[in-house]
Design a protein around this ligand. Structure first.
Ligand code: XMP
Length: 324
């Protein structure tokens, strides 16, 4: 795309001009926005960029490894991978209120990120002067409740609180003029794999808000396996790109079932899939019954701990896309 190629060159020139000989740190979330921002900045200033990936242990199956492989392996971008899952799971123990989950995760994220930023500042290569963020145009114009719903502060997770002031960092926000589809086009221009650029949105608090009630390592493991099967079936059916977001939700409910000669008493899993333009409103996706029954059978056969699968037929409004 000619326009995006020109835009990329212009954006690189602007980053070079802003940053000069300075160093930049960038928080990676695994999402499209922060990834595109990081790759763009790396093209502009090379290894004077250091990325920090705070892994809260609430990612989907294989996702953390994919982020590390892409950045370290494919792009050779300096990346600090912080496995903070123990810290996050300990802090979330017994927390059932969705808002408290979000706040706990947001607060810890800032703490962990700041600790890493201070280590980078003390690594002897000169303190960073800049913090990069994948802020998009819609985030700029509607800085309060872009995602809608009572519980959502935009990207509360990627927002590093008062860190820029505390560490005297200036912001680099190379995506500030772009909408999501333009960020995807820029990502393609920068050579990010299609499977990465076209990914469904994933919330900052991750699987914690897809496990209503208290979370546990065991529940997260069940949810990850079921979610991976669901997405696999969606891809195999060629439906991934027709859907805005699809995911599984592990309900805090057990139900009775039969398996062979025995009675089971396992969790209920809800499947969610919606179409949407911007996440503000959404329609549930009208799968055909053969898809749903095939997927449900596979999940129940392959995932220990689930014996019943239901499909969520609620649109937004009145529902939200996520369950929490
Ligand atoms: P809801 O559930 O409010 O979601 O209909 C709308 C869109 O926002 C995403 N979402 C979040 N994203 N932090 C995020 O970064 C959050 O706390 C959060 N909550 C919801 C959701 O996945 C959907 O795309």
């Amino acid at each position: 795309d000619w326009t995006m190629a020109a835009y990329r060159d212009e954006a690189i020139a602007r980053i070079r001009e802003q940053v000069g000989e300075g160093r930049v740190i960038c928080g990676l979330s695994g999402g499209v926005d922060s990834s595109v921002a990081a790759v763009l900045i790396h093209e502009a200033i090379g290894d004077r960029l250091t990325c920090v990936f705070v892994d809260h242990g609430l990612m989907r199956q294989d996702e953390a490894r994919q982020v590390v492989d892409l950045f370290r392996g494919h792009y050779n971008i300096p990346l600090v991978h912080v496995d903070a899952s123990d810290t996050f799971l300990a802090a979330l123990e017994g927390v059932t209120d969705p808002e408290t989950k979000r706040k706990t995760i947001g607060r810890l994220f800032i703490d962990v990120f700041e600790a890493e930023a201070r280590k980078i500042a003390a690594d002897g290569k000169g303190p960073p002067e800049f913090l990069a963020q994948g802020t998009l145009y819609p985030d700029v114009i509607e800085s309060v409740s872009f995602m809608g719903g009572p519980s959502v502060t935009i990207k509360s997770h990627h927002n590093v609180g008062g860190l820029p002031e505390r560490m005297n960092l200036k912001l680099v926000e190379p995506l500030r003029e772009l909408f999501k589809d333009e960020v995807r086009a820029l990502g393609r221009e920068l050579g990010l794999p299609e499977a990465f650029v076209g990914r469904h949105p994933f919330p900052g608090p991750g699987l914690a808000i897809r496990c209503p009630g208290a979370i546990s390592r065991e529940k997260l493991d069940i949810l990850r396996k079921a979610d991976a099967i669901y997405l696999d079936e969606i891809r195999k059916a060629g439906l991934y790109d027709a859907i805005w977001q699809a995911f599984a939700v592990l309900l805090p409910v057990q139900s009775v079932g039969v398996m062979g000669d025995g009675r089971t008493y396992d969790f209920v899993l809800a499947l969610r899939a919606v179409t949407s333009v911007d996440g503000m409103t959404a329609d549930f996706y009208p799968f055909d019954m053969t898809f749903l029954s095939r997927t449900a059978t596979r999940i129940i056969n392959e995932v220990k701990g689930v014996n019943r699968v239901v499909y969520d037929v609620t649109s937004k409004p009145p529902g939200t896309i996520e369950w929490e």
